[in-house]
Design a protein around this ligand. Structure first.
Ligand code: FES
Length: 578
C-alpha cells in the first residue's frame, strides 16, 4: 500500500504508474530495449542530460561519463534514462557558441519537463554547456546535480607547459611578430590538447566547473579532477547514486541555488581568478531560479577577495596542478577561514559547503596560495560605470596591467569586428600605445551572440616594439583564457543604441578602475548631435532563431538571457497527447 502511494507521488508516475491504455503505451515502448517491468515500480526516474558531440571536442568522452552515472543510478535503486540535447563547442561553432546558449537552455528545460523524469544529472563541459544546462534545469526546478567533464591534461611543448587558449593568444602574436616559425606554430597545435577534457587553463570551462562546485550543485572535486582521471568517473558514478537520494528527499535545485550559494560563487570566482563570462552566466542562472543578482553584487562581494590560485591566464600553472594541489575545496577553506563564505550553504551531497571543505588539504602553496599571502590582491571583478556604460561594464583586474588601471587615452574606433580585422595592421592607421582601442557592435544583439573578441589583438607594429598591452573597450565578451586591460560587456551595447555607438576617433576616454569609472570626455550636447545621426546596424540574418535572438535577448548586465525565459515555470506535468 505504502509503495503504491509513493508510486503516485512521483512525477514519473503520471506516465509509468498508470494502469490504463496510457500506462501501457508509456511503458511498452520503453521496454523495447529490454527494460524489465520492475523498473516501472515507482522508483525515481533519472534523466541523464548528455551534451556529448563529436563537434564538441571538450565533451567527447561523455558517453563513458553517462555510463558511470547510469551505473550509480542503478546501484541506488533508480531508473536512468539518458537523453541528448544540443551541444555547444567554443572552437567550431560560428558565429559564437554564446548565440546558442539560450537555445540549448530551452532544449534542456523542455526536454526535462516534457518527459517522465523525477530528477536529472547534467553532463556539462565546454564553456556554454554548463550555464545552458543549469539555466534550463533551473527553470524546471527538479532535483539536479551537475557533473563536469573535467579539464584536459596539461599541454606540453618543448619541455614547457602550454595552456589552452592562453598560449594560443601569445603564440599567435609571436607568429605575427616573427618570433616563431609556422612549423613551430603547427607543432604546438599538436602538443596543446593531448587528452579528453575541456580547456585546462582557468578559462570559462574551468571557471564554470568551479562555479558548479561553489554553488553546491556539483560534488566536491568537480572543478579539478582531470577528465581522464579515474576519480572523474567515480564522481559521475557518485552523482548517479546521489541524485536518487535527492529525489527521494525532494531536494530541488532551488533548495541549493540560494542567494547565499551565488554569493559564495562570486567570491570563489575572485579567488580562482575566474573568467569574466561567469558574471553573465551566474546572473542568468540566478534570474531563472528567482534569486535577484546584479552587477553591483559582483563588485561589492568581490572587493577584498584576493586571487589565491596561480593559474593561467593570470598565473603560470594549469588545472592538473590545481587538482594535485588540492583543488577547489582548498580554496573554499581559505575563504571560509577568512570569513568570506556562507558556511551553511547546502550542497547536493547533503553536507554544507563548510562541512565539505573545512579540512581540505593544500599540497602546494605555490599553486593555491594562502589568503594571507595571495597571488593577487583585491582581484574581484570590477564593475565600471559612467557616461560610456550607464548600465555597467566589467574588467578583470587580475588579468590586467596594473599601470593601465588608471589611464586616459585617445579613442581608435572600429565599427565592427570586420572593420577591426581590415584596419588594425594597416600602416595608415594612426595608433600609439597610449591610445584606447574601441570596438563596437559585438554585443548580444550586435554580433549577434556577444562574441569573445573583446581582447582585440594589438597592432603588429606595436607588438614589434615590445608593447604587450593596451586599454581595450567593447560590448563584447572575452575568452576566459585571455588577458589584458580589457573593458568588456559595455551596456547598453552599441547595436542597442548605447553611448558606445557614439564614440569617434580621437575622443578622450578615461578609465579609472579604483574609482570604478569609465568616462567619455565628450559633451552631452555633442553626444545628442551624434545620436540624432545614429542608425542601428542591420542584423546579418533576419529570420529563424537569429531573429528571435536579436529581438528578445537582454543586455549583458541582465545575463543576456531571453526576456521571456527569465523566471521559472516549474516541473508541472504537461497534459498527455492522447
Ligand atoms: Fe571547450 Fe575551451 S574550447 S572548454
Amino acid at each position: 500500500m505504502a509503495k503504491k502511494k509513493e508510486k503516485i507521488g512521483r512525477r514519473s508516475a503520471h506516465w509509468f504508474g498508470r494502469e490504463d491504455i496510457y500506462g501501457f503505451i508509456y511503458r511498452s515502448w520503453v521496454k523495447n530495449r529490454g527494460v524489465p517491468h520492475d523498473q516501472f515500480d515507482g522508483r525515481p526516474v533519472i534523466g541523464i542530460c548528455n551534451t556529448y558531440s563529436e563537434l564538441v571536442p571538450c565533451n567527447s568522452h561523455f558517453r563513458t561519463l553517462a555510463e558511470q552515472v547510469k551505473a550509480g543510478v542503478l546501484e541506488a535503486g533508480g531508473f536512468p534514462l539518458e537523453f541528448p540535447v544540443m551541444s555547444l563547442g567554443e572552437t567550431l561553432l560560428r558565429p559564437t557558441a554564446m548565440l546558442y546558449r539560450n537555445l540549448v537552455s530551452m532544449d534542456v528545460e523542455e526536454s526535462i519537463r516534457a518527459n517522465p523524469l523525477d530528477g536529472v544529472v547534467l553532463l556539462v563541459g565546454c564553456d556554454k554547456t554548463t550555464p545552458a544546462l543549469l539555466m534550463g534545469a533551473a527553470s524546471v526546478d527538479l532535483p539536479a546535480i551537475a557533473v563536469s567533464g573535467g579539464p584536459m591534461l596539461s599541454g606540453k611543448y618543448r619541455g614547457a607547459d602550454i595552456g589552452s587558449g592562453t598560449n594560443v593568444w601569445s603564440m599567435s602574436e609571436d607568429l605575427r611578430a616573427g618570433k616563431i616559425t609556422l612549423a613551430e606554430f603547427h607543432e604546438a597545435e599538436s602538443c596543446m590538447h593531448r587528452s579528453h577534457g575541456h580547456c585546462m587553463t582557468m578559462g570559462t570551462a574551468s571557471t564554470m566547473a568551479s562555479m558548479v562546485e561553489a554553488l553546491g550543485v556539483g560534488l566536491p572535486g568537480n572543478a579539478a579532477y582531470p577528465a581522464v582521471d579515474a576519480r572523474r568517473n567515480v564522481l559521475a558514478r557518485m552523482a548517479g547514486r546521489r541524485i536518487v537520494e535527492l529525489v527521494k528527499q525532494d531536494v530541488r535545485l532551488s533548495h541549493i541555488l540560494t542567494r547565499q550559494a551565488f554569493e559564495n560563487a562570486i567570491r570563489v570566482n575572485a579567488a580562482i581568478g575566474g573568467s569574466t563570462n561567469a558574471v553573465i552566466h551566474l546572473i542568468a542562472i540566478a534570474r531563472r531560479i528567482g534569486v535577484p543578482l546584479t552587477l553591483d553584487d559582483w563588485d561589492r562581494l568581490g572587493r577584498g577577495v584576493h586571487t589565491l590560485v596561480n593559474l593561467m591566464p593570470s598565473g603560470k600553472y594549469l588545472m592538473e596542478d590545481f587538482c594535485y594541489a588540492g583543488g577547489l575545496p582548498a580554496v573554499i577553506r581559505e575563504l571560509g577561514e577568512a570569513g568570506l563564505l556562507h558556511k551553511r550553504a547546502p550542497t547536493v551531497n547533503g553536507k554544507t559547503i563548510w562541512e565539505n571543505c573545512k579540512d581540505a588539504p593544500n599540497h602546494n602553496r605555490d599553486v593555491i596560495m594562502p589568503f594571507s599571502r595571495p597571488f593577487k590582491r583585491n582581484a574581484g571583478i570590477a564593475v565600471l560605470r559612467g557616461n560610456l556604460a550607464p548600465d555597467g561594464a566589467i574588467i578583470k583586474p587580475s588579468a590586467a596591467t596594473p599601470r593601465l588601471m588608471k589611464h586616459q587615452g585617445r579613442a581608435v574606433v572600429f565599427e565592427d569586428i570586420e572593420d577591426f580585422h581590415r584596419r588594425i595592421d594597416d600602416p595608415k592607421l594612426k595608433i600609439d600605445a597610449s591610445d584606447v582601442l574601441v570596438l563596437k557592435n559585438c554585443g548580444p544583439k550586435g554580433y549577434p551572440g556577444m562574441a569573445e573578441v573583446g581582447n582585440m589583438p594589438l597592432p603588429q607594429r606595436l607588438l614589434k616594439r615590445g608593447i604587450t598591452d593596451m586599454v581595450r573597450i567593447s560590448d563584447a565578451r572575452m575568452s576566459g583564457t585571455a588577458y589584458g586591460t580589457v573593458v568588456l560587456h559595455v551596456a547598453p551595447e552599441a547595436a542597442a543604441g548605447g553611448p558606445l555607438a557614439l564614440v569617434r576617433d580621437g575622443d578622450l576616454i578615461e578609465l579609472d578602475v579604483p574609482r570604478r569609472r569609465l568616462h567619455l570626455h565628450v559633451s552631452d550636447e555633442e553626444l545628442a548631435r551624434r545620436r540624432a545621426q545614429w542608425k542601428p546596424p542591420k542584423p546579418p540574418l533576419a529570420r529563424g532563431y537569429w531573429k528571435l535572438y536579436v529581438e528578445h535577448v537582454n543586455q549583458a548586465h541582465e545575463g543576456a538571457d531571453f526576456d521571456f525565459l527569465v523566471g521559472k515555470s516549474g516541473a508541472f506535468v504537461p497534459r498527455d497527447n492522447h
